[in-house]
Write a protein that binds this ligand. Structure first.
Ligand SMILES: [Zn+2]
Length: 287
């Protein structure tokens, strides 16, 4: 199973970079990027109008309609290859490939009877606590945002799924930086971040890592149809963004900001600006 570069670690031909910079001015796009075969092989023709579609992400989650849907079910358990789970500095983010190592499942809620399987998770953050999330809630940014990326099981590969409107589901968790947070969100992961200083650095993760610990206690969430937030911005994502933030300590957030990209600069502000909602409905589920 190939990993997929949703976390932002793309290398684009120079001719494409200008186009992308026009829609994403974040420094992350212009630096520290490497080949993403999926995006280029499958999407360069049909998705060259990067960011020009009708269901782009992220968005400001405002004006949501209270809705009823079947219960959303997200579960995680260790997989047969769990010993090989690694946290990686991708050059653009903190990235963890999960296939075979953690069996994550998503069904119900906005995806109904479809079954989705966890592929990877990664983070977006800012250069200070005041911003860093991709989605905003009623105009408010959070300090960071965690994305769990799931693939619809009806597609064999992520490369196939990113060309389908129902290809991926991403569960987003808003992170609030707090001086006094108790360090109970993925502590095994944050403990190894100082070992991930430069691109391609990786570190094994303790098998006590509990991904469910990163979800807020209150499972109310927003959902809408959107896109990847990194090139080629494929409109393939059913977004699920939890309404409540989880708190991560300033100590842990500071460690993220010390990770370096290919040029040796700090990885900062690896988030995309909010996009036009373009008439889409945002649902709010109280769970
Ligand atoms: Zn993301």
């Amino acid at each position: 199973m190939h990993s997929f570069c949703l976390g932002g670690h793309f290398q684009l031909p120079q001719m494409l970079v200008g186009r992308i910079l026009s829609t994403c001015r974040r420094s992350v796009v212009s630096s520290g990027i490497k080949p993403c075969f999926n995006a280029l092989r499958h999407c360069s023709v049909t998705h060259n109008k990067a960011g020009m579609g009708e269901r782009q992400s992220p968005v400001d989650l405002t004006g949501a309609v209270k809705s009823d849907l079947p219960p959303l079910k997200i579960t995680f358990k260790n997989g047969p290859d769990r010993d090989n789970l690694r946290a990686i500095n991708s050059g653009n983010t903190l990235h963890i490939d999960c296939v075979g190592q953690i069996i994550g499942k998503l069904s119900g809620g906005p995806v109904g009877d479809s079954d989705y399987t966890l592929q990877q998770f990664h983070f977006h953050w800012g250069d200070n606590a005041g911003h860093g999330s991709e989605h905003t809630i009623e105009g408010k940014m959070s300090s960071a945002e965690l994305h769990f990326v799931f693939k619809n099981e009806k597609y064999d590969t992520v490369g196939e799924a990113v060309n389908e409107g129902d290809g991926l589901a991403v569960a987003g968790v808003m992170i609030k930086e707090s001086d006094n947070a108790p360090d109970n969100v993925l502590p095994e992961l944050f403990d190894v971040v100082p070992k991930l200083k430069t691109k391609e650095d990786k570190s094994a993760l303790s098998d006590s890592l509990d991904l469910a610990s990163a979800l807020p206690a209150n499972k109310a969430y927003f959902t809408y149809l959107g896109s990847l937030t990194t090139p080629q911005y494929n409109e393939c994502v059913t977004w699920i963004v939890y309404k409540d933030e989880v708190e991560v300590s300033s100590k842990h957030m500071t460690q993220l900001r010390k990770m370096k990209n290919t040029q040796g600069a700090d990885i900062l502000n690896n988030w995309r600006e909010v996009q036009d909602i373009a008439g889409r409905e945002i649902k709010l589920l109280s769970e």
